[in-house]
Design a binder for this molecule. Structure first.
Ligand SMILES: *Cc1c(COP(=O)(O)O)cnc(C)c1O
Length: 389
């Protein structure tokens, strides 16, 4: 029985034990193909934060089977988990403290981004004792967000130090990277400044005698809106999860969150609901109780606006979302305990979307998809995801 069939059977028999997150891998596959079809550059599937909450290994396998050629993560631990799962594609890890376990990363053939000379020196020390194949570095330039990446003042120095390590046969500079701060708004002038600084950084690296095989600047938004940022590789995270920060392309959302209704009660007009009595029934109504709350990823800040799909209709969340529980207003509907409510999904059956929840909570879709709690049961729809690499 496929995962979808299993889920449908569970829904029918009403025996779901709690909230269930279903990951639609064919949607991830379709999103991947959209990116590969829109660029001549390579596609790096960014699977940090457990693949944006979709499952890092599953998303990685699906993306690689659909044209992605690289994997990207923040921490070394995330990269090692991909290797442990048997994935052999190039992996880049770009955010590690100076004291990180660079030896393990080098031994596992994980490329390392370095944002400055201190990091470079730490990787050189790890490489000198590793004795393995030559470690591969990506020099990371801050192109204008004062976050990760080397400051321009340090960049020429970093390039020379990296060239020196190359000449000593210790490491190889495989790439140069930058990350744009305002790509979700293509009209923002800081994009041009970021592109220009990246071009300068690449020139400076080459002038220092480096020959990076890849240089990469674009993430999802820039990949969709500005081909001048594509260079040799686009790093795509949100887009694989169906999120387009530039709101220019229709991607396929890949997550559905459901929860069984554990109890239904009829209440009189005037009945206050939940902590602080922030909501009061305006008329006689039926209330349903969901065993899912903010610990499971339903943002408390969405209380007051949020809705779910139950009994075929949109139902308001009644009162404050609590840690483990959410009350919904079923109105006149005769919904039986055990029926399944849909918190969010692709929106094709009338259910709210991740984008709706993000708007209700005053946040972005990224925070909703990466915020699903650990006790939510996860399942995947059986995908034609191909075999592992
Ligand atoms: C998260 C991240 C990405 C992916 O960005 P999306 O907008 O989610 O595609 C790319 N590069 C870096 C450095 C990141 O941190």
């Amino acid at each position: 029985m496929s995962a979808v069939a299993a889920s449908a059977a569970t829904a029918r028999s009403g025996c779901a034990q709690g909230p269930v997150l279903t990951v639609d891998l064919p949607a991830v596959a379709a999103n991947t193909r959209l990116f590969t079809s829109r660029t001549r550059a390579g596609v790096m599937a960014v699977v940090k934060a457990d693949g944006f909450g979709h499952g890092a290994v599953e998303v990685a396998r699906t993306a690689l089977a659909n044209g992605a050629t690289w994997l990207g993560v923040t921490s070394i631990a995330e990269g090692l988990a991909l290797r442990s799962a048997g994935l052999r594609a190039p992996v880049l890890s770009w955010l590690n403290p100076v004291g990180a376990d660079f030896s393990s990363a080098l031994a596992a053939g994980i490329d390392l981004a370095v944002p400055g000379v201190a990091h470079l020196e730490a990787v050189v020390r790890a490489a000198a004792v590793s004795g393995g194949p030559r470690g591969r570095l990506h020099l990371h330039l801050d192109v204008g967000m004062a976050r990760d990446g080397a400051e321009p003042a340090e960049w020429p120095w970093l390039c020379r130090a990296a060239r020196d390590a190359e000449q000593r046969g210790i490491l190889q500079v495989a790439g140069v990277m930058g990350h744009l701060s305002c790509a979700d708004n293509p009209a923002d002038p800081c994009n041009e400044a970021g592109r220009a600084r990246f071009a300068w950084g690449l020139e400076t690296a080459r002038a220092a005698g480096l020959h990076p095989a890849v240089w990469h600047l674009a993430a999802t938004a820039a990949a969709l809106t500005d081909p001048r940022t594509h260079h040799t590789l686009c790093r795509i995270g949100a887009g694989l999860a169906g999120i387009d920060p530039s709101q220019t392309v229709r991607l396929r959302p890949a997550l559905t969150l459901t929860a069984p209704i554990v109890a239904v009660r009829h209440v009189r007009a005037g009945t206050p609901v939940g902590y602080g009595h922030t909501w009061t029934a305006q008329a006689d109504t039926n209330l349903g109780l969901l065993p899912a709350g903010y610990a499971d990823g339903l943002p408390r800040a969405a209380s007051g606006q949020a809705e779910v799909l139950a009994g075929g209709h949109r139902c308001q969340v009644a009162g404050l979302i609590s840690m483990d529980q959410t009350v919904i207003d079923l109105g006149d509907q005769q919904v039986r305990p055990g029926e399944i409510a849909t918190v969010f999904g692709p929106g094709t059956a009338g259910e709210p979307t991740v984008a709706d929840w993000a708007a209700w909570a005053g946040t972005i879709e990224h925070e909703i998809v990466t915020g699903i709690g650990v006790r939510v049961h996860r399942q995947v729809t059986s995908a034609s995801a191909g075999s592992a690499r």
